[in-house]
Design a protein around this ligand. Structure first.
Ligand code: NAD
Ligand code: TYD
Length: 372
């Protein structure tokens, strides 16, 4: 099987590449990534020693980047992770989100259509090579925001509220349009918030871990009561793998594991877990920017309530019944285990954190959070 994985140097894309290499022998993976601030070749540098993996730098918006890959490698499955993915950045620069997330998706679809089409049927619809598929990695944020009750199902109307989620919803609609108009074999997956290794430290969990280790304040937007539904990244990868192989063409699958948490509870749990791990293994203390044996300063007094995000969605929660009953997917990693694994990974991989935050990050952080 030959995969094109776009955005494979980012958080979930890189985890997916590692998942494929670990679980399948006879595969070829081409990663197309433009290495924006969120993409880091270092994340997959060891994997690139494996001849099953090839890296191409390029923008998903450009046919000059996407067409040669199809010509040269005969892509069979395209999984599109590439996107501008951070809500806060979308509030500052919505246009980039529309360009990458919508126009980029459309160029990928157009390229795949061109190289996968084999002819036309009697009604004028294109026909395609056997077994090819386009999978769009989307988000539960396209459904908008929930009140205290209810869950997003695949039938929930799209109601995006941020420039990020609007651009992802736009991308979903153009994928659906290619599925209907050109009968392209497509799937869309809509996942809840992921956490795990290689998560860029502008998102809540890795940012909180990084700030604790630096002895900085922990910014909580508004009153911290917003709720997200957290899923360990490897469970997301497993779901995508299943949808590629077994998902019914044209269908949407929601991915989430009934793991709703208030932001403030995530922050408090992260504080106590970091402290426990530092106490358990003295080696870990070396990563602290504040020296000294005493770590009693790692406590909830680091929490700082800051100005709320504009249009901050209150609650996301996925109903995963469809993917569970139709494809047999279920999340394997309990949150209590996943968060410990994740924090341990960050404690052991500070080189990675330093590498990805050495460029634009410092500027971004100052602009977003001032000098806290
Ligand atoms: P990320 O920001 O960590 O990575 C995105 C990757 O895409 C980076 O490697 C970046 O360099 C690359 N990229 C950006 N613009 C590009 C372009 N124009 N051309 C080529 N490459 C480009 O994002 P992530 O968290 O790994 O998310 C991956 C996908 O999953 C996104 O589509 C996102 O919307 C979706 N998603 C993410 C979450 C989550 O919790 N992180 C949840 C649900 C869905
Ligand atoms: P984030 O990780 O940016 O993911 P998303 O906005 O896609 O859900 O944010 C998760 C939640 O944490 C969201 O409700 C916003 C909140 N948040 C903070 O309170 N402080 C922060 O510094 C960040 C980055 C997020």
């Amino acid at each position: 099987m030959t995969y094109l994985v776009t955005g494979g140097a980012g958080f979930i894309g890189a985890n997916f590449v590692k998942y494929l290499l670990k679980n399948y022998r006879d595969i070829q993976i081409i990663v197309l990534d433009d290495l924006t601030y969120a993409g880091n070749l270092g994340t997959i540098k060891d994997d690139l020693k494996d001849e099953r993996l090839i890296f191409v730098k390029g923008n998903i918006k450009d046919a000059e980047a996407t067409c040669p890959i199809f010509e040269k490698y005969g892509v069979q499955w395209l999984v599109n992770f590439a996107a501008e993915s951070h809500v806060d950045r979308s509030i500052e620069n919505p246009q980039l989100f529309l360009e990458t997330n919508i126009l980029g998706t459309q160029n990928l679809l157009e390229t795949a259509k061109k190289y996968w089409a084999t002819g036309k049927d009697k009604n004028g619809y294109p026909t395609y090579k056997d077994g090819v598929k386009y999978l769009q990695v989307s988000t539960d944020e396209v459904y908008g925001s929930l009140g205290e009750t209810g869950f997003f199902t695949e039938k929930t109307p799209l109601d995006p509220r941020s420039p990020y989620s609007a651009s992802k919803a736009g991308a979903d609609l153009i994928v659906k349009a290619y599925g209907e108009t050109y009968k392209m074999p497509v799937n869309i997956t809509r996942c809840s918030n992921n956490y795990g290794p290689y998560h860029f430290p502008e998102k809540l969990i890795p940012l909180i871990i990084k700030n604790i280790l630096e002895g900085k304040q922990l910014p909580v937007y508004g009153n911290g009561s917003n709720i997200r539904d957290w899923l360990y990244v490897e469970d997301h990868c497993k779901a995508i793998d299943l949808v590629l192989a077994k998902g019914k063409v044209g269908e949407v699958y929601n991915i989430g594991g009934h793991n709703e948490k208030k932001n403030i509870d995530i922050v408090k749990l992260t504080i106590s877990t970091v402290r426990n791990l530092l106490e358990e293994n003295k080696e870990y203390k070396k990563v602290l920017k504040r020296s000294g044996e005493d770590i009693s300063w790692i406590n909830e007094s680091l929490i700082s309530y800051v100005k709320d995000r504009l249009g901050h969605d209150q609650r996301y929660a996925i109903d995963p019944t469809k993917i569970t009953t139709e494809l047999g997917w279920y999340p394997e990693t309990r949150f209590e285990e996943g968060i410990v694994k994740t924090i341990r990974w960050y404690l052991e991989n500070q080189d990675w954190v330093e590498e990805v935050t050495s460029g634009d990050y410092q500027h971004y952080y100052r602009q977003m959070y001032g000098n806290r």
